[in-house]
Design a protein around this ligand. Structure first.
Ligand code: UD1
Length: 428
């Protein structure tokens, strides 16, 4: 298994290109199942999760053309042409769903267009139980019959297809909102999704569906009103920039006391993160083509609570904890989205961080300096927090099990090395 070796203490300087958002790209890819025309997606990041989704869609019979990188005056990311005219299979098997929970996003589109789907239950994952009950209850509201059999979700639309209905989510779920949105666009009549997730990736999906001919009102709000249409067409759509990649590199600039220009990044997508970082003493300014992030003075502790968008994202919690580990004073970090998302804490503690977890909150008392040691990555965002900590730590940090990183960060070590970090991947 690959490892990443970092010799910390170098302030970063330079510019980093921010790619398309993984969490927007995955549902957009599954939206291709909703039409027999071609959906062309550009600005897709090169990531293991994107390949896993491509693999799953190919198993279902989606034809896929990869245009490589469309480079036209700048970095355009990968371009995929997806065509679901020849889909014959409606089963998403365990071995694929197990490796990536977002595979469950084929459920809504498959039931909507083909009237049936069989998707393996994703099961637990490192950051918590993560059930899919909201996805299933929502689909049932649109008339789907749902059975759980031998570890599989079996969903069937009634005769004549799904019927519009009101779905009130008892809690905010990004994935359930996306699945229901994709189901509702082809359901007969009107669907209203109440307490819908407002994450920019959900809005990106809605905008792409509108380009494909869907009728959706309330994009970006917590109430999505959808008028079903009989069919959708193809479209050309470019994926929104990755706000979590943006935030992670903003922390890289801040934690090393450096200055980075994040090209393609958008301040409007990271308001809550920018707010916390500025409170901690980080400067963020907009430039013509992105954001500039720098830190000249010391960091101070700040309290952070993860919340659904537009609140502070759970996917940035571990990175900000690494940053606050060396801030002056104490910070309280409260995780309200996932019950088991402090797995980076023991690893950061091995690097000298002073963190005490009490239930859903972690008290971080800043220390002067972290020190490089061997650490183990446990999930995607935990992994990047250890890399960030390593960039600031004294001595050598070795991050083991970095395959998690490759699920969500494209060429992370290359991007950081180009800005002066002493970092390399050791391949086994
Ligand atoms: C998505 C993101 C993930 C991010 C998360 C929260 C993708 C591919 N992944 O995950 O990176 O951390 O949003 O912003 O976009 N829940 C239920 N029942 C359900 C569904 C969810 O109880 O049926 C709970 C979850 O256990 C969790 C909370 O709702 O506690 C939020 O989860 P959700 O928003 O659904 O996360 P994902 O869509 O899986």
């Amino acid at each position: 298994m690959d490892r990443i070796r970092i010799r910390g203490g170098k302030p970063l300087s330079g510019s980093i290109h921010i790619g398309g958002a993984k969490n927007a790209a995955l549902p957009l890819m599954t939206a291709s199942l909703l039409t027999e025309d071609t959906l062309t997606l550009s600005n897709l990041p090169h990531l293991a999760d994107i390949s896993t989704m491509a693999h799953l869609l190919a198993e279902l019979g989606v034809g896929m053309g990869m245009n490589g990188d469309a480079v036209g005056g700048g970095h355009m990311g990968r371009v995929f042409e997806l065509n679901a005219a020849g889909v014959t299979e409606t089963t998403a098997p365990y071995d694929l769903v197990r490796t990536m929970r977002a595979s469950v996003l084929v459920l809504g589109p498959l039931v909507a267009r083909f009237g049936r789907a069989r998707v393996s239950l994703p099961g637990g994952c490192a950051i918590g139980a993560r059930p899919v009950d909201l996805h299933l209850k929502g689909l049932a509201q649109l008339g789907a019959e749902i059975d759980l059999q031998e570890g599989y979700i079996e969903a069937r639309a009634p005769k004549g297809g799904l019927k519009g209905g009101n779905v009130v989510f008892p809690m905010v779920s990004v994935g359930a909102t996306e699945n229901l949105l994709m189901a509702a666009v082809l359901a007969e009549g009107e669907t209203v999704l109440f307490n819908a997730a407002r994450e920019p990736e959900v809005a990106d999906l809605a905008r792409c569906l509108i380009t494909m001919g869907a009728k959706i009102e309330g994009v970006g709000t917590d109430t999505l009103k959808i008028q079903g249409v009989p069919s959708l067409t193809g479209a050309d759509y470019s994926v929104v920039p990755d706000r979590i990649e943006t935030g992670s590199y903003a922390v890289a600039a801040a934690i090393t006391g450096g200055e980075l220009t994040l090209k393609g990044a958008s301040l409007g997508l990271i308001d809550s993160v920018a707010d916390i970082l500025s409170q901690a003493g980080v400067e963020i300014t907009e430039t013509d083509d992105g954001l500039k992030v720098s830190r000249r003075n010391g960091l101070s502790g700040v309290d952070v609570m993860t919340e659904p968008y537009p609140g502070f994202p759970t996917d940035m919690q571990a990175q900000v904890m690494a940053l606050l580990a060396t801030a002056e004073g104490a910070s309280m970090i409260t995780e309200t989205i996932f019950e088991n998302r402090f797995m980076h804490v023991p690893e950061l503690a091995r690097m000298g961080a002073n963190v005490n977890v009490h239930g859903a909150s972690a008290i971080v008392r800043g220390v002067e300096r972290l020190s490089g040691v061997q650490v183990m990555a446990t999930d995607l965002r935990a992994s990047v927090s250890l890399v960030l900590a390593g960039l600031a730590a004294e001595g050598e940090t070795m991050v083991n099990r970095v395959y998690h990183l490759d699920r969500g960060y494209e060429r992370l070590e290359e991007k950081l090395a180009a800005c002066g970090a002493d970092i390399e991947r050791l391949r086994d």
